[in-house]
Every structure is written in structure tokens, then in C-alpha cells.
Design a protein around this ligand. Structure first.
Ligand SMILES: Cc1cc2nc3c(=O)[nH]c(=O)nc-3n(C[C@H](O)[C@H](O)[C@H](O)COP(=O)(O)OP(=O)(O)OC[C@H]3O[C@@H](n4cnc5c(N)ncnc54)[C@H](O)[C@@H]3O)c2cc1C
Length: 356
């Protein structure tokens, strides 16, 4: 035992894989996160569609590791006193803090969005709303990025009585290769999803979307336009960039507070040749694993990482595996059909197993 106390806040892909790995070493670790089961956030759209999603107990992931799980929220960080304040009234002194609070849906300041729209975080409520409706109408999903596409396809497949509309300020799947985008549009078409591209939303009301290019009447609105990091980093005084992601060095250590490491969606990790890594579980988990090695003395090298694929589920019957270069730029090649579906499902189901 070194007697060091490492506090990890957040038990997503980054935090839980970091805690499980650091817990193999000699230091005492406390994990602060409210949930008893791993959230497995990349499957939220499946919950909205009424699918059963297996979520391992956090205690099971941490079995045999020197980690105490405190099931509460972190509500404040005193960076000078090196203390985390928790919702249950506790104060946890740390020698090293691992900040892994992830991200959440960003409403983008659009009037009425937070009030009238569902987000992926409210997937269970969305499921109840859609499944229980005596007279289905239109559900408008806002956002042409990965979350919007996954939600729109999943909902269209699960609730065929609802008319699903996917509304995007830009092009749906516009970052994908030409083949990748064409496949996404083809599946959306097969599932009967009406796509409105270059269609900016300026407000959300109880009646649907207000748009300069034509309003979209909808009984249900789902907001999936973008993600923003948890605000506690900025509120506590950690150095953050304009988006609120914490600035870190090449060992994922806070630029302003060297006894704090930041990983996952919360961190602005800038790699030479790639730029700032996007918010993704594909980025969060390798960071959690790397940090565990760093803090247990199994590496001293800077964090390095290369992307391989970007995968989208398109309902249960289809998927897209977009092959990408290590710097996150698109290759022309994609996997679709049964091969794409099997690869995507294998990755998603395997994620909880690789947390340890
Ligand atoms: C519907 C959907 C589908 C997605 N699909 C993909 C995909 O296919 N591939 C991909 O790479 N990415 C995908 N993403 C993005 C991915 O989910 C995130 O990038 C990823 O979850 C980030 O991991 P993280 O560990 O940084 O944070 P998170 O997974 O967000 O975990 C944050 C953790 O912090 C905890 N927490 C929050 N507040 C507090 C607090 N105050 N105190 C203590 N704990 C707190 C949470 O409970 C959670 O344990 C998807 C996202 C959504 C919403």
C-alpha cells in the first residue's frame, strides 16, 4: 500500500474502466457515481425502443479490485483543498482525482427545447410515451449526427404506427463517406423516416418544431442535436476550452491542476495529426484503460490512440460500419447488411466485458 487515495468521479466507459484498472494496483480507490448498474449509454436509443439492455452491476465489474463505490453524485470539487463534495453530505479528500463525468444533451439555447423535447437521457420516459399512445402521430427527431440517426431508425422500426421525421440543420450523416451516407439514407427511406435536411430549428413548442424553412408539426420531439460536457469541471475552476471540455496534457493531466486527470467526453484531448478527439465511447474507454496503466506504473508514455471504425446501428435489422483512418477521417469502404450488423452488435455487447 502506498497510502494514496485516488477518487474517480463518473462510472461511464472512461471512469469505470479507469477505476477497475487502478483498483488492481496498491492505491485505495473510491468511485463516486449514482448508479448501481453500468449505464451503457450507447444503448439509450434501444431503451427508447423498448429493447432489453443488459447492464452489469458496477459491484460485479469491480469485484476483486481495491475500489469502494459510493453511490451518490459529486456536487462540488474544492481543487485547493483537494476535496470532492458529494450529494449525501460527504467530503472525500483525494491525493489524485480522476474526473470522468462525461457529457449530456446540449439544448443549444433553442427556446422550448429543454421544456418540450425528450433527450437520450430520458429514454425510458420516451418509451412510455411512444408505446402507450392511443393515437400515434409524428415524432420529430432533431439532429443528423450519430445519435439522431440511431434514434430515428430505432424508433421507426419499433413504433411503425408513428411517423418519424429526422430534422437536421445540415446533411444527415454528412461526415460519413459517400457510401456510408448513401446507406444511412437508404435505410431511413426503407423504414419510412421522412428526412428534412438543411432545416434549422429555431424553437420547440408543444405543437412541434418552429423552423424558418417550414414548421414541423409533431406530437413528440426528441432532441439529439449535440452533446456538451458536464459543467462541474468549469464550475470548479479546472481550465476548460470554449466548449467546457477540460484542457489536459499528453498524459491526460489537467493543465491547471496537476493532481487531476480528466478522461472521456469531459476532456479536450488533442492528438497531433488528429486534433481534438470527438466525444465517443470509442475514445473514452481507451483513455480509461490508459490512465489505469499510468497510475499503476505500467506505462509512462503519453496517451496515444488511433481510430479504426465508426459504427452506427440503424435499427435491429441494419447497421453501418464505416472504416476510418487512424486520424478519424473517412475511408471509402463500409460494411453493411449482416456483416455490418454483426460487427456493430458484437462491439456494443462486448463493451461491458472489456471494462475490466
Ligand atoms: C444514444 C447514444 C448513442 C451513442 N452511440 C455511440 C456509439 O455508437 N459509439 C460511440 O463511440 N459513442 C456513442 N455515443 C457517445 C457515448 O455514449 C459517449 O461519448 C460516452 O458515453 C462517453 O463516455 P464517458 O465515460 O466520458 O461518459 P458517460 O458515459 O457520459 O458517463 C458519465 C458518468 O458520470 C456519471 N455522473 C454524471 N454526473 C455525475 C455527478 N455529478 N457525480 C458523479 N457521477 C456523475 C454518470 O452517472 C456516468 O456514470 C452515444 C451516445 C448516445 C446518447
Amino acid at each position: 500500500m502506498t497510502g494514496k487515495h485516488i477518487v474517480v468521479i463518473g462510472a461511464g466507459y472512461a471512469g469505470l474502466s479507469a477505476a477497475a484498472g487502478i483498483g488492481r494496483g496498491p492505491d485505495r480507490v473510491t468511485l463516486v457515481a449514482p448508479e448501481q448498474r453500468f449505464a451503457h449509454r450507447v444503448r439509450q436509443h434501444e431503451i427508447a425502443a423498448g429493447r432489453t439492455v443488459a447492464r452489469p452491476e458496477i459491484a460485479r465489474v469491480l469485484r476483486g479490485r481495491r475500489v469502494a463505490h459510493r453511490a451518490t453524485l459529486a456536487v462540488g470539487i474544492d481543487l485547493d483543498a483537494r476535496e470532492v463534495r458529494t450529494e449525501d453530505g460527504g467530503r472525500l479528500a483525494y491525493d489524485t482525482l480522476v474526473y470522468a463525468l462525461g457529457s449530456r444533451t446540449a439544448w443549444g439555447g433553442v427556446p422550448g427545447a429543454a421544456e418540450h423535447a425528450y433527450s437520450a437521457e430520458r429514454a425510458e420516459e420516451l418509451r412510455r410515451r411512444l408505446a402507450g399512445a392511443p393515437a400515434p402521430g409524428t415524432v420529430a427527431v432533431v439532429g443528423g449526427g450519430p445519435t439522431g440517426i440511431e434514434l430515428a431508425t430505432e424508433l421507426a422500426e419499433a413504433y411503425p404506427a408513428w411517423q418519424v421525421r429526422l430534422v437536421a440543420a445540415g446533411r444527415v450523416g454528412g461526415w460519413l463517406s459517400a457510401r456510408g451516407r448513401a446507406h444511412v439514407l437508404a435505410v431511413l427511406g426503407r423504414l419510412g423516416v421522412r428526412v428534412d435536411e438543411e432545416h434549422r430549428v429555431t424553437a420547440v413548442t408543444a405543437d412541434g418544431l418552429t423552423c424558418p424553412d417550414g414548421d414541423v408539426p409533431a406530437q413528440v420531439v426528441v432532441w439529439a442535436a449535440s452533446l456538451e460536457p458536464h459543467p462541474l469541471a468549469a464550475e470548479s475552476g479546472l481550465a476548460v476550452n470554449a466548449r467546457g471540455r477540460a484542457l489536459v496534457d499528453d498524459h491526460l493531466r489537467s493543465l491547471s491542476h496537476p493532481d487531476v486527470y480528466v478522461i472521456g467526453d469531459a476532456a479536450a484531448v488533442d492528438l497531433p495529426g488528429t486534433g481534438e478527439l470527438r466525444m465517443a465511447c470509442a475514445t473514452a474507454m481507451p483513455q480509461g484503460r490508459y490512465l489505469a496503466k499510468l497510475l499503476t506504473g505500467r506505462t509512462g508514455k503519453p496517451f496515444s490512440f488511433r481510430y479504426v471504425t465508426q459504427c452506427l446501428s440503424l435499427g435491429r435489422g441494419e447497421a453501418l460500419v464505416q472504416l476510418i483512418h487512424g486520424d478519424d477521417s473517412m475511408r471509402p469502404r463500409v460494411l453493411t447488411g449482416p456483416a455490418g450488423r454483426l460487427v456493430k452488435a458484437g462491439i456494443v455487447k462486448g463493451l461491458p466485458l472489456s471494462l475490466r
